[in-house]
Design a protein around this ligand. Structure first.
Ligand SMILES: [Zn+2]
Ligand SMILES: [Zn+2]
Length: 354
C-alpha cells in the first residue's frame, strides 16, 4: 500500500497558525492533496490534545487514528509534536527543534507529564523546554521504545541542529550518547537530499521531508512529504522503515526546490540581498547595502560541512522527486499573486477532479 506521509504540521495553538486549523479540516484537505498519513502536530499543547481526543479515534492495532465517524478513512493520523530545547553547550546557547512521534494518545500524555517539568506546555503549540537535546531523547525513549525523535528542519539558520547561528557540526555532538536513538533528520524546505548527501557523516541517517505547515491549504499541507510502500499502514511499519532506512519501503521524498525555502541563500531580506556562497565569501559575508553581517543561508552552511562534491549520491539512499504545489503553478501561469484566488481553485478542482 502506498503511504504518502506528512508528519510535521501545526495546530491552531501554534504561533502564526490559521484559527480554522482543526483536525477535521486537516483531514478534508489532506484527502484533496492525496496525503493519506498526516501528523496531528502539537500533542504537547493541552487544548490541541483535547481536540485530538475529541475528534480522533484509534484504529485498532495500528497505532494510528482516524476522524471519528468515518468508516473507511482515506486519511490516517499519527500522534506527533515539535518541541524546542534551549540549553548551553560549550558556553553557547543552543536552540534546537525536534519532532516527536508516538504510537498513542496515552504515550503522548506520558510524554507531556515529563516535559511539563521543563517548560510551559500551554504557552505555544511548539513549547520551549529548558533541557538538553540528549535529555529530551532520554526522557521520551524511556516512556516507550516505540517513540521516535528526530531533528526538525535540520539546516534553518535559527532553531536547528546544523543552523548557522546556534547549530552543531554533527548529529553526535548534539545528541551525545543518546544519538543511538536518532535514526532520521528532517531536511526542511531549504535543503534537499543531494545537499545532505554531500556530508558522509549523515550517511547513516534517513532523510525525511515534511511540510511544517501552519495551514491546511493544499499549497502548504504536504508540499514536502515521504512516500512509503508498506504491507499495511501502521505506526510501527512507518517507524521501522525509517529506522532501517529501507529504500524498498521508504521509496522517496517529495521536495520543493531548496531555493523555495526562505533560508536557502545567504543574504538580508530587508536589504533585498540574496547571494550564492561564493558571492557572499567574496564580500567577506558583509551586506553590501547595510554593511552588517549577512544571514548565512543553508547552501553556504552545507558547503562549510560538506566533504563530498555536489553531484554525489550514496548507494541505497531513498530517492526524491521535486514538486511545486499545483495551486502555485496555476497561479504563476495565470499571473495572479495568490494561489487562493477563485480562478486558481476553479482550474485546480477541474484538474484533481479527473
Ligand atoms: Zn521548527
Ligand atoms: Zn514546525
Amino acid at each position: 500500500m502506498k503511504v504518502i506521509a506528512d508528519l510535521h504540521i501545526h495546530g491552531r495553538y501554534s504561533r502564526a497558525t490559521s484559527q480554522q486549523m482543526s483536525l477535521r479540516e486537516i483531514s478534508r484537505f489532506a484527502k484533496v492533496k492525496g496525503v493519506n498519513l498526516v501528523g496531528t502536530g502539537d500533542f504537547t499543547h493541552p487544548k490541541w490534545l483535547k481536540e485530538i481526543k475529541e475528534t480522533l479515534v484509534p484504529e485498532e492495532g495500528t497505532g494510528l487514528y482516524k476522524v471519528s465517524g468515518e468508516t473507511e478513512p482515506y486519511v490516517h493520523f499519527m500522534v506527533t509534536t515539535e518541541v524546542c530545547t534551549i540549553f548551553n553547550f560549550e558556553n553557547e546557547t543552543k536552540k534546537v527543534h525536534h519532532v516527536i512521534l508516538t504510537p498513542s494518545v496515552e504515550t503522548a500524555c506520558q510524554i507531556n507529564d515529563v516535559l511539563k517539568r521543563y517548560g510551559d506546555l500551554d504557552a505555544d503549540g511548539r513549547p520551549m523546554l529548558n533541557m538538553t537535546a540528549p535529555q529530551l531523547v532520554e526522557e521520551v525513549m524511556a516512556i516507550s521504545s516505540a517513540n521516535m525523535v528526530f531533528p526538525a528542519h535540520a539546516w534553518t539558520p535559527w532553531f536547528s541542529i546544523f543552523g548557522a547561528f546556534s547549530g552543531f557540526n554533527s548529529v553526535e555532538e548534539c545528541y551525545q550518547d543518546m544519538v543511538k536513538h536518532i535514526h532520521a533528520l528532517e531536511t526542511g524546505l531549504s535543503s534537499d537530499p543531494p545537499m545532505n548527501w554531500r556530508l558522509s557523516r549523515l550517511d547513516r541517517y534517513t532523510l525525511l521531508s515534511n511540510s511544517d505547515s501552519h495551514s491546511f491549504w493544499p499549497w502548504r499541507l504536504g508540499r514536502e512529504a515521504n512516500v512509503f510502500e508498506l504491507e499495511k499502514i501502521s505506526y510501527i511499519e512507518v517507524v521501522d522503515a525509517v529506522r532501517c532506512k529501507d529504500p524498498a519501503r521508504l521509496k522517496f521524498t517529495i521536495e520543493t526546490d531548496p531555493a523555495y525555502g526562505k533560508y536557502h541563500w545567504t543574504g538580508h531580506r530587508g536589504c533585498n540581498v540574496s547571494l550564492s556562497p561564493q558571492e557572499a565569501q567574496k564580500l567577506g559575508n558583509v551586506c553590501p547595502v547595510c554593511r552588517r553581517k549577512l544571514t548565512k543561508g543553508v547552501e553556504q552552511r552545507v558547503e562549510e560541512l560538506a566533504d563530498r562534491p555536489a553531484d554525489f549520491k550514496p548507494e541505497n539512499a531513498p530517492g526524491f522527486m521535486r514538486l511545486l504545489p499545483l495551486s502555485e503553478i496555476i497561479a504563476a501561469v495565470l499571473g495572479v499573486d495568490s494561489p487562493s484566488t477563485q480562478a486558481v481553485w476553479k482550474i485546480y478542482d477541474a484538474l484533481i477532479g479527473r
